[in-house]
Design a protein around this ligand. Sequence first.
Ligand code: FAD
Length: 387
Amino acid sequence: MSLNNQPFLTELTEDQLAIKNTIREFALNKIKPTLMEYDEEQKFPREILGELGELGFLGILFPEEYGGSGLGYVEFEIIIEEISRIDPSLGLSVAAHNGLCTNHIFSFANEQLKKKYVPDLASGKKIGAWGLTEAFSGSDAAALRTVAEKDGNHYILNGSKNFITHGANGETAVVMAITNKEAGKKGISAFIVEKGTPGFSAGKKENKLGMRSSETSQLIFENCKVPAENLIGEEGMGFIQSMKILEGGRISIASLSVGLAQGCLDESIKYSNEREQFGKPLSAFQATQFKLADMQTNIEAARMLTLRAAYMKDKGIPNTKEAAMAKLFASEIAEKAASEAVQIFGGYGFVKDYPVEKFYRDVKLLTIGEGTSEIQRIVIARDLLNN
Ligand SMILES: Cc1cc2nc3c(=O)[nH]c(=O)nc-3n(C[C@H](O)[C@H](O)[C@H](O)COP(=O)(O)OP(=O)(O)OC[C@H]3O[C@@H](n4cnc5c(N)ncnc54)[C@H](O)[C@@H]3O)c2cc1C
């Protein structure tokens, strides 16, 4: 029975298992040894991303003719989960690079732009950024203020973006800007802006609670002259495109959440077997066992919701509600898992010598990024009440 032809998602195919093992090994051998250095220094792991690119993990969703690996969202889930099980911060970078920037270009740009930009992104030669959020527009994304005025064969961009993953390290950015103020959401367009374009710069780099090696910066546009051919799709389609991209983004944050929660459980099992109090390992106490059992049950449920949304996406089945439910549930159980893991570690969970301290900091982003928990509930309720 394989995942690709049955709806209950209980078993991976041989190919999927091979992918899972490859990325698991990479995470243990290449990511784990240095992740706390990157975290402490808020250093962007460009070299590690380069290696992931060589393995095909930066072009997961794109066909081979564009330099990608030709895989689907189910495989995307597996890869993001396994990276995040060790380092959620790198999971976030891989998720944003694949699922936001590159996917936006691949899904909506014309053939010429796709051929020009996707191969370098898919191979990891270039890193992608995706700019929707601004100072005055977060959950209410359509309230953005960056403008793009047509000027002959160019658009002139003015404005700024906040909280952009790879804002400083990204070489290719997809940026949403207003081309027609009167048209509201339908007046927002998407552009590809290359690093080095005059008038385009990175602003403040955020000093973050968690996800510290996944760089997050402002983008600034000051009379930034972008070739008109860099418009993605048609004028006025940028917001609609972004909402579609965020639907896939929810699956990737759900996958990240499942991985983080699994990492918390792995560490909790190991530690509770080793640490003794009252002459017994912590795992001998029923209070610990119940925590582990609840974590495992929640993780399985979150993984199934996430794989189902991924499977639906791969099959072209509408999955707005399913992706939102997966993101909502998985991120909230991950928060709980991180908290329980620190509890199981006691004082040792509160210091940086053990991995659960980082999980506890990283996890908070998951109920916020790519649509907060409140926004996911709005999406789910809207779907329920409209049908
Ligand atoms: C590390 C990091 C990386 C990010 N990467 C990117 C990126 O690459 N590209 C990008 O474009 N953005 C990115 N973001 C931005 C992220 O998507 C936003 O932070 C998120 O969408 C929330 O927007 P906000 O922070 O402005 O919060 P706000 O929208 O101001 O929300 C604040 C609170 O109010 C609640 N709220 C808002 N509206 C409602 C409502 N109608 N009903 C009930 N509650 C509501 C929210 O749920 C939240 O709890 C990133 C953010 C972070 C922290």
